[in-house]
Design a protein around this ligand. Structure first.
Ligand code: GN1
Ligand code: MG
Length: 350
């Protein structure tokens, strides 16, 4: 487990590195599970400061290089696309290390905001439009230039394997208590099979995908129009089902994976349509008809993988996601299981 660490002493060191004034202030920002994020307010500017979780991103340098490669391509080929720039230190670095903490800063784009939940179809449309646009803009970018920062990140077959490992070597008390959830996930293995069929088909193309398309990773302007996407840590060559799937997983339900009142988990069908409309307005010509047929499957794939990941972590004593209370990852898994069941009951997947 990783605790995003920041204190006055470290913050002052960071200020010196970036040349920020001694009156700069910082406050926590966002709700990510992995990295630590703060808003920094100096007399002149506002920045987003992040501590990269190097237990998960073992080589923060690779992320830094990926972001720079993509930023360079976009600024050369699509100069009008607004992007939060990486900030350089006084010695020109975009990633620094202090007391074992890896840090980088971005410009905070004035007049923009983020949302933590999707409340309107318009938000879903705008976000899907932006994530599609990002992949479409990078159509001619050579994906081989990107480092694989998290190998097998969305490899469902491996996630299933890790789940099976946890059933063998995990906390036996927890395994016993989670019997029903385990049996349900075991009964859904057709999703792994269908995913394998997808990735093995030559029509399934690797593109630059974001891999974390939650709504808080989209900047909106004051008129609630999407501006651009943020959080490029997991940009890697990937399949469109990762991005579409995580949007469907996190936008169609009015409540998040944190909610334990599972009756609040419902599927808003009109939001499914809004995501499709937004994503297809930038990506329809990119996707083969074979790929387009996997649009709804993408949702099952991502919900199932997230349920597997949460339950696996629970059985492994919360080593990856951490937890705020004993049953936290178990409840997150149950939440995703309910979401998957509800999704399957409104959309025919096979
Ligand atoms: C993690 O930290 P955050 O919230 O951006 C995770 C995603 C999960 C998500 C679930 C690197 O993302 O894959 O979908 O939690 N990121 C990593 O909330 O594991
Ligand atoms: Mg993220």
């Amino acid at each position: 487990m990783y605790f995003a660490f920041m204190n006055e002493q470290l913050f002052r060191k960071i200020c010196v590195a970036y040349g920020w004034s001694e009156h700069a202030l910082y406050e926590p920002l966002g709700s990510g599970l992995i990295n630590g994020t703060w808003k920094v307010i100096t007399e002149k500017n506002v920045y987003v400061l992040q501590a990269v979780n190097n237990q998960i991103f073992k080589e923060p340098k690779l992320i830094d290089e990926n972001i720079k490669a993509v930023t360079k391509f976009i600024s050369t080929n699509h100069a009008d696309y607004l992007f939060p720039a990486l900030i350089q230190t006084t010695t020109g670095k975009t990633l620094i290390e202090s007391a074992g903490v890896w840090l980088r800063a971005f410009a905070f784009i004035d007049g923009t905001k983020t949302f933590t939940t999707v409340n309107t179809k318009q938000q879903a449309f705008e976000a899907a439009y932006q994530f599609g646009k990002f992949t479409a803009l990078l159509h001619d970018f050579n994906t081989a230039e990107l480092h694989i920062v998290l190998p097998d990140f969305h490899n469902l077959s491996l996630r299933y394997h890790q789940f099976k490992e946890a059933l063998q070597h995990g906390n036996s008390k927890r395994i016993n208590e989670a019997k029903e959830a385990i049996a349900f996930l075991q009964s859904q293995q057709y999703i792994v099979e269908k995913w394998t069929e997808f990735i093995n088909n030559k029509e399934a193309k690797l593109r630059v995908t974001h891999h974390d398309t939650k709504i808080s990773n989209v900047l909106f302007d004051e008129a609630n129009k999407g501006v651009c996407i943020i959080d490029l840590d997991t940009i890697m060559p990937g399949y469109f089902i990762s991005d579409v799937g995580d949007m469907l997983r996190t936008y169609v339900c009015p409540v998040s994976e944190e909610v334990t009142d599972f009756d609040k988990i419902i599927i808003r069908k009109d939001f499914v349509q809004a995501i499709q409309d937004g994503y297809f307005s930038t990506m329809k010509n990119e996707l083969s008809s074979f790929e387009q047929d996997y649009f709804y499957f993408a949702c099952a794939f991502m919900i199932y993988m997230q349920a597997l990941r949460f339950l696996t972590d629970y059985l492994n004593n919360d080593v990856y996601y951490g937890c705020k209370y004993e049953l936290h990852n178990y409840n997150r898994a149950l939440n995703q299981i309910r979401l998957l069941e509800n999704f399957q009951s409104v959309v025919s997947l096979i």
